[in-house]
Structure formats: structure tokens, C-alpha cells
Design a protein around this ligand. Structure first.
Ligand SMILES: Nc1ncnc2c1ncn2[C@@H]1O[C@H](COP(=O)(O)OP(=O)(O)O)[C@@H](O)[C@H]1O
Ligand SMILES: [Mg+2]
Length: 390
């Protein structure tokens, strides 16, 4: 069994920090996805966990035991790489059995383990072939088999699907998810693909420039992104982020910008320190709903109408849905709706969003803003609230 703890791990290359003070507690049996753009430190962190490189600072623990100074082979973890790294001159059976031969396991036992693993991975008919006689997907399964045969406490995978074509990726994604369920082992899986993270993970850790932005279930990171970075990294298309200001209008706090006047569902008699605050307003494309235009005339500040108002620039047909790219003032938003949505390029459009579907981020730090009672005024004006950064 493997619970893996990463304590304040930093890895430097010269003056730059590839991984910067990351802490993670990965429960036994979890499927943790390390997600982030290329160069954010995913592989470096995974290799530190595997024991393939040493952290500059911090500790790695497996089941509470400090393994920071223990080499890879002493950690009971198996690594699957993006390049399958199979031995070209060995058969599938011998490739899968390789780690056991290296450990001098008895031949009969090796044969039995290889047979079992081949069955799990649907490779039984291919055991006598060599890697060059296999498709990319089959090679990937052999690489998985080589990890599986050792029955390690945890599996570490670095972008294992990135060499596969789109269709095979989807199929192998499902296979790995099922494998995880069947084995009940800890999986740590690196990807830059947010769809893989959303569909496979029990827990997603989003990395940005070596730092941990957020960790949570796929639902958490999608529905409650802790930062504008996370908001913009997840979703297809990602969350719309609009520069706006907070303002008090008709006893309600609004986010306003040219073409934008969105009620945030916070009733208050005073905007307190919130008024005029520079924020980013986040709205997912699927939460913007086209409404029929009303007769209200919008001015350049967005006053005079509720919602968002702009022009459709282009429309993309995705088959079941369509995406409208809309220009609002100087900003642009994407709207996603089931087809036929009736979007036409060049048309004016008025959009609505429910208050519970709005997200606020601090313009400078990018951190999510949560509403909390204003302690100073709580006695006299109980409804007054100010945003604080979480
Ligand atoms: N061996 C190395 N020497 C110098 N810099 C490195 C080395 N390995 C990685 N880096 C740098 O560390 C950062 C993180 O790299 P990496 O962990 O491979 O990112 P990811 O896997 O998320 O794409 C990058 O800026 C990369 O250039
Ligand atoms: Mg990488």
C-alpha cells in the first residue's frame, strides 16, 4: 500500500526553480493527476517522487517512511514513461518479465506473472511478438505491463498517452481508469491535457511555474477554481475572464465593464471597500445564455442594462454544440450552446448569467475572491460584506 507525501519539495536548475515548494499528501489508492502547461515542473516533480532525481529541498515519504535519500529501486514504485522504452530485440513476454528477471525471480513464477498481466492488458495473443510488430497502443500496454508485473505499491506515469492518436487516447484513457479501479493502487499521472485530468483523476493538482496552484477533485477545480490560472486552464473552451470593476447598483453588487453589467447575487446597502475594486470576472462558456435583446440602451460603461451585450464575431460548429465568439467592448467571450443555437456572425447578442455562475478573481494576484462579512461593520450593517482573497 502506498500513501505518498511530498513535503515542501523544491528542485533548482541553476538559478531557476523547476519545482518550487510543493507539498502534496496522496492517499493510498488515489488517482492523482499532476496537471499544467509544458515546462511547469510536472516531470521534475514526478521524477523526484520516483527517486530518479534528488530534490534540492524538502522530503518525500512513502507510507510515512522518509525515502528522500533512497534510490528508485528501493521505493516500491513503478514508472511508465511517455517513450515506451521497450527493448526492441526482446519479445513482449520478455519485455514484460524483464523487471522480474532483473530481480532474479524464479522462472516459473515469472511465466505465471507475465501470463496474468498479459490477460489483464489483453496482450495474451501478442506475447511472442517484438515491439516493432505492435501498434502504438499495444506498445503502451506492454510498457504498462512491465510496471504491473512487479506489483508495485504505486504507479507513476508521465504523459503515457501523448504518442497515441486521438481515438486510441480516449480508449486507453478508459483502460487506465479501469485498471486503477481494479488494482486499487495509488496512481500518479502527469499530463498537460485537462480532459485526461477531468476524466481520470480522483484528485487533480494544478501546477504553474513550479508552484502548486490548487489541489482538489475534478469537480472542485472546475467549479471552484482557486485562481484565474486554474479557471483558464480547465474547460474547452476555458473560462471567460473579463477585466471589470465592482460597483453598487440598486442595492446589489455588480461587475461592470464596457458592455458588461452583471449582478453578483450579493445584496448590500453598501459596497464598502469593494466599490471600484479591479477584478476579473470569470464565466464559463456554458453558463452564458443568449437572451432576446431588450429595448434598454446600453451606454459605454455597461450601465442601463443587465448582463452582457456585444456582437458575434465568428461561430464554430462542434457537431452537438456550437461556440460563438462574441466581442464586448474591448473584450471577447466565448459562448457554448447546444446546436442549433441560432448564432449568426455579425449579429448583436445579449447574454445573461446566473449570479451563482459568476467567479471573481483579484486583478493583481489572480486569486479567487470569496465574500466574507466585514468585521468592522458587522454590528451596524450586517449585510455589508467585503471581498477577501483566499
Ligand atoms: N535537466 C534539466 N536541466 C535544466 N533545466 C531543466 C532540466 N529539466 C527540466 N528543466 C527545466 O525545468 C522546468 C520544468 O521542466 P519539466 O519538469 O520537464 O516540465 P513539464 O514536465 O511540466 O513540461 C522547465 O523550465 C525545464 O526547462
Ligand atoms: Mg514533462
Amino acid at each position: 500500500m502506498s500513501r505518498i507525501t511530498v513535503e515542501n519539495v523544491t528542485r533548482r536548475y541553476g538559478g531557476t526553480k523547476a519545482v518550487d515548494g510543493v507539498s502534496l499528501d496522496i492517499a493510498d489508492g488515489e488517482f492523482l493527476v499532476l496537471l499544467g502547461p509544458s515546462g511547469c515542473g510536472k516531470s521534475t516533480l514526478l521524477r523526484a517522487i520516483a527517486g530518479l532525481l534528488a530534490p534540492s529541498e524538502g522530503r518525500i515519504l512513502v507510507d510515512g517512511r522518509d525515502v528522500t535519500d533512497i534510490p528508485a529501486r528501493g521505493r516500491d514504485l513503478a514508472m511508465v514513461f511517455q517513450s515506451y522504452a521497450l527493448y526492441p530485440h526482446l519479445t513482449v513476454a520478455r519485455n514484460i518479465g524483464f523487471p522480474l528477471r532483473a530481480r532474479r525471480v524464479r522462472r516459473a513464477e515469472i511465466r505465471q506473472r507475465v501470463t496474468e498481466v498479459a490477460e489483464i492488458l489483453d496482450l495474451s495473443a501478442l506475447l511472442d511478438r517484438r515491439p516493432r510488430e505492435l501498434s502504438g497502443g499495444q506498445r503502451q500496454r506492454v510498457a504498462l505491463g512491465r510496471a504491473l508485473v512487479r506489483d508495485p505499491g504505486a504507479f507513476l506515469m508521465d504523459e503515457p498517452l501523448s504518442n497515441l492518436d486521438a481515438q486510441l487516447r480516449t480508449a486507453t484513457r478508459t483502460e487506465i481508469t479501469e485498471l486503477h479501479r481494479r488494482l486499487g493502487r495509488t496512481f500518479i499521472y502527469v499530463t498537460h491535457d485537462q480532459v485526461e485530468a477531468m476524466t481520470m483523476a480522483t484528485s487533480v493538482a494544478v501546477l504553474n511555474k513550479g508552484r502548486l496552484e490548487q489541489i482538489g477533485s475534478p469537480t472542485d477545480v472546475y467549479d471552484q477554481p482557486a485562481s484565474a490560472f486554474v479557471a483558464a486552464f480547465l474547460g474547452s473552451p476555458p473560462m471567460n475572464l473579463l477585466d471589470a470593476e465592482l460597483a453598487l447598483r440598486d442595492g446589489q453588487l455588480h461587475a461592470v465593464a464596457p458592455g458588461v453589467n452583471v449582478a453578483l447575487g450579493i445584496e448590500t446597502t453598501t459596497a464598502g471597500t469593494a466599490a471600484g475594486r479591479a477584478i476579473q470576472l470569470g464565466i464559463r462558456p456554458e453558463h452564458l445564455v443568449a437572451t432576446t435583446a431588450t429595448a434598454v440602451v446600453a451606454d459605454s460603461t455597461g450601465a442601463g442594462h443587465a448582463g452582457l451585450r456585444g456582437t458575434i464575431r465568428t461561430v464554430e460548429n462542434l457537431g452537438s454544440e456550437e461556440i460563438a465568439h462574441c466581442v464586448l467592448g474591448t473584450a471577447e467571450v466565448r459562448v457554448r450552446a447546444r446546436r442549433p443555437a441560432g448564432f449568426t456572425a455579425g449579429d448583436a447578442i445579449t447574454l445573461d448569467v446566473r449570479p451563482e455562475h459568476t467567479h471573481l478573481f483579484d486583478r493583481d494576484s489572480g486569486r479567487r475572491l470569496a465574500w466574507q462579512p466585514d468585521e468592522d461593520q458587522a454590528g451596524s450593517i450586517p449585510s455589508a460584506r467585503v471581498p477577501v482573497t483566499t
